[in-house]
Design a protein around this ligand. Structure first.
Ligand code: ATP
Ligand code: ZN
Length: 290
């Protein structure tokens, strides 16, 4: 086994869990080449001075805060719960989930205020206490590290606070969502010192790559054909990232237009373009925008 190289940046990611696959995919999309397989403790990037360490997500805040690693990728939920001394650099737009308050389906609890004086089971005691304190509702918290959703059935608690993305695990356990405490997604965090010393330049280079992948996700590349005199109208509909590329077509008076459209307004923009007479509209995903 190769040794960790002190000159290289170190990034800690979850070893085997809900964030692992999407994190590896995100890193690969950023153009980082490395081998990864189960049982591996760390990977060395072939084309960037970076080492990727595979650890339990719970250990990532400490590794980053202590400087064992420079960077980490973990759920925002862990930052909210533990408030570690790390600097958040980027939201990564995957690993979406929410911290929810839920009660058994047949519970008489209709509103969070009905939970006054009741016991709540959770792996997120700090987030739970903070939420109920802000709402002026006094509750008891029992900390459970796994399978929180069975606590009501076991008679341990009257309600739970747990992470969920679709709510299917809650439904499966005959639980009903009451309210959302916060939303979460994967985030990139850094050790404060790594952002000051010689590693700063490397961190910035990596950030540029990550941001390139993220902004590409927000845009689509669009090609279309239209009569030349429609161009002013088209320019109005598609304000675009930059001015569109325009090329003449064999058909006289017609042009081909290539531009970039924001994902959020994608469908309405395409509709508008079709309505004014754009034809042969082709849409392509963008890999990176630098
Ligand atoms: P580890 O073995 O690394 O300690 P874990 O069991 O604590 O893993 P996972 O369940 O794999 O953690 O979840 C990792 C992260 O995935 C969570 O902290 C959260 O940010 C995110 N996540 C996304 N969707 C969900 C979901 N439906 N339930 C729980 N976490 C989710
Ligand atoms: Zn964990």
């Amino acid at each position: 086994m190769a040794n960790l190289d002190s000159k290289k940046l170190k990034l800690a990611i979850q070893k085997g869990g809900r964030l692992t696959e999407e994190t590896l995919e995100f890193l690969r999309k950023s153009g980082l080449e490395f081998e990864s397989y189960k049982q591996r403790l760390f990977s060395v990037c072939r084309n960037f001075p970076l080492e990727i360490l595979y650890v339990r997500d719970d250990d990532i805040p400490d590794y980053v805060a202590s400087g064992t690693v420079d960077l980490g990728i973990l759920g925002q939920n862990i930052l909210n719960e533990e408030r570690p001394k790390v600097k958040k650099l980027l939201n990564l737009r995957y690993g979406f989930c929410s911290l929810m308050v839920a009660v058994p389906k047949d519970s008489e609890v209709k509103d969070i205020s009905d939970l006054k004086g009741k016991t709540i089971a959770t792996s997120y005691p700090e987030s739970t206490k903070k939420f109920f304190k802000e709402n002026n509702i006094s509750i008891e918290v029992v900390k459970i590290s796994g399978s929180v959703e069975i606590a009501p059935a076991l008679g341990v608690a009257e309600a739970i606070v747990d992470l969920t993305s679709t709510g299917s695990t809650l439904a499966l356990n005959d639980l009903r969502m009451l309210t959302k405490i916060y939303e979460s997604e994967a985030v990139l965090v850094a050790n404060e010192k790594s952002l000051l010393n010689g590693r700063k330049i490397l961190v910035e280079k990596l950030l540029t790559r990550f941001k390139g992948v993220l902004s590409a996700k927000d845009y689509k590349y669009v090609m279309m054909n239209a009569p030349k005199d429609l161009l002013p109208k088209i320019k109005k509909i598609v304000p675009g990232l930059k001015s569109p590329t325009i090329a003449p077509l064999a058909k006289t008076g017609w042009i081909s237009i290539q531009t970039v459209i924001k994902e959020q307004v994608f469908w309405e923009t395409i509709e508008k373009l079709k309505n004014i007479g754009a034809q042969g509209i082709i849409v392509l995903p963008i890999e990176k925008i630098i």
